[in-house]
Ligand binder design. Structure first.
Ligand SMILES: Cc1ncc(COP(=O)(O)O)c(C=O)c1O
Length: 456
């Protein structure tokens, strides 16, 4: 699927993007609906803010500028934007309607598909977003165990149960909720054990992202499995980002550790809004109890179910994950080679996994800029300059990289050529001590992951 390279116009503007931001700022608190899509996450004045259309690995902003996509809409796009098999399945379903007074048969079909491909899935319940199913997982675990405390690590969404323990982002959450959420460190089994010691017989669940950017070390996932079994707690993997991305059966298949419950959303339907809680019959069965309540009008919309069926079927029939692993590894290795060649490897690197990695800059880079003192982060200034240069050249760099089945060798080569030029600018700016002067827009704000205290 070869396409021409993004054409970068010398009179590139972002006028329409900026006009939309002006209008939204009067109407929409925070301007965007999604934390990571807020204009402050980008170099305001240079970066686009609104995307009009996308196809395969490419995006076009509202001013007609074309980009190679690196971020896959924060994860939902696994096969590529507007992927034909998914678009056709949804279009066909639309002719028959999407919401009915009773369930559509696809509801059973997609549950059966999930049970076939996801190791922990003996029963399945659908919802719309990642938040819905992570929060449902906590409720199921509490109902199943009759305990209250949730031991957690990683980002699981905005609901109170997840943010209660985050002192930077707990506005609007009663203090008492925080008594039942306890955080631990990834790869630190003792930090999890301490929560069990502090709350004897009251920890309902260990809820964790199975993997972040770092590898699980020293059998960490196996140790979580053993600890949960020993203590009678429910082990929950939040696979909202890793599900269908690391493997068709998620990170639990990739790492060979099966949780009691797992949460899926993003890549499950290649961009259509559907999520699922999957898990063992024993734990999920509590939802059949008379006093357990969960209901959602839109949970079983047939268009999203059709998208999920098509997206999962493509993954079963084609080597989607092999392709993503190959293109991701080429990008990661290519970037790290460039950083080494330009003698920047001590301040920037691609880290993580080919299916999901991050390209970032160390916080303590000395740039000599006044903003460093105000902001405490030379890294953010350098990242802003790198982003500015990438966006101008047609690569929609955001930091996080989520390659898709539609990324071609040509996309990888183009992206690496652009990254080479961006790193050359960074290198010159660091040498001259004029990083801040070269930044033509605003410094990027803290990422959602930084604000929520995540390590990625
Ligand atoms: C691991 C993880 N869990 C939960 C969520 C929340 O999902 P959503 O934004 O679909 O509600 C996200 C979103 O980024 C996520 O990455």
């Amino acid at each position: 699927m070869s396409r021409g390279l993004p054409t970068v116009s010398s009179d590139r503007t972002i006028d329409r993007s900026e006009a939309l931001v002006d209008r939204a700022s009067e109407l929409v608190p925070g301007i965007s609906q999604t934390g990571s899509k807020t204009p402050t996450q980008f170099v305001q004045g240079v970066s686009p803010t609104h995307i009009e259309r996308a196809k395969g690995s490419r995006l076009w902003d509202v001013d007609g500028n074309e980009y190679v996509d690196c971020n896959a809409a924060l994860g939902p796009i696994l096969l590529g934007h507007n992927y034909p098999a998914v678009t056709e399945a949804v279009t066909e379903q639309l002719q028959d309607g999407t919401m009915f007074t009773m369930e559509h048969p696809l509801h059973v079909e997609v549950a059966e598909l999930l049970a076939e491909v996801v190791p922990c899935a003996e029963m399945v319940k659908f919802a719309k977003s990642g938040n819905d199913v992570t929060t449902l997982a906590a409720k199921v675990a509490r109902a199943h165990t009759g305990r209250d405390v949730i031991a957690t690590q990683g980002y699981h969404g905005w609901p109170d149960v997840w943010m209660a323990d985050n002192e930077n982002l707990n506005a609007g959450i009663p203090d008492a909720v925080g008594d039942y959420t306890e955080s631990f460190e990834y790869n630190d089994i003792e930090s999890v054990e301490r929560i069990f010691e502090d709350h004897p017989d009251d920890v309902a669940a260990i809820v964790t992202t199975p993997v972040n950017l770092e590898e699980p070390e020293d059998g960490f996932l196996e140790e979580l499995r053993d600890l949960a079994d020993r203590e009678g707690a429910v082990l929950v993997f939040d696979e909202v980002l890793t599900g269908f991305r690391f493997a068709i059966g998620g990170a639990q298949e990739y790492f060979g550790v099966t949780p009691d419950l797992a949460c899926f959303a993003k890549a499950m339907a290649n961009g259509y809004p559907i999520s699922a809680l999957a898990g063992s019959r024993e734990v999920m069965g509590v939802m059949n109890d008379d006093d357990f309540f969960y209901s959602m009008t839109y949970a079983g919309d047939a268009a999203s179910l059709a998208a999920a069926k098509a997206a999962i079927t493509v993954q079963r029939e084609e080597d989607v994950h092999g392709h993503i692993a190959e293109k991701g590894a080429a990008l990661m290795e290519g970037y790290n080679d460039l950083a080494a060649e330009l003698e920047l490897a001590d301040v920037t690197r691609a880290e993580g996994f080919p299916a999901r990695f991050s390209i970032g800059f160390d916080d303590d880079i000395g740039t000599g800029a006044p903003t460093e003192d105000e902001d405490g982060s030379g890294g953010r200034l350098v990242r802003s300059l790198f982003m500015q240069e990438a966006h101008r050249r047609g690569v929609l760099y955001t930091g996080s990289h989520l390659p898709t089945y539609s990324h071609t060798d040509q996309d990888v080569e183009f992206t690496l050529e652009v990254y080479r030029e961006c790193l050359e600018v960074v290198s010159e700016a660091l040498e001259a001590g004029d990083v801040a002067e070269r930044l033509e827009g605003d410094l990027v704000g803290a990422t959602l992951r930084e604000r929520t205290g995540e390590n990625d």
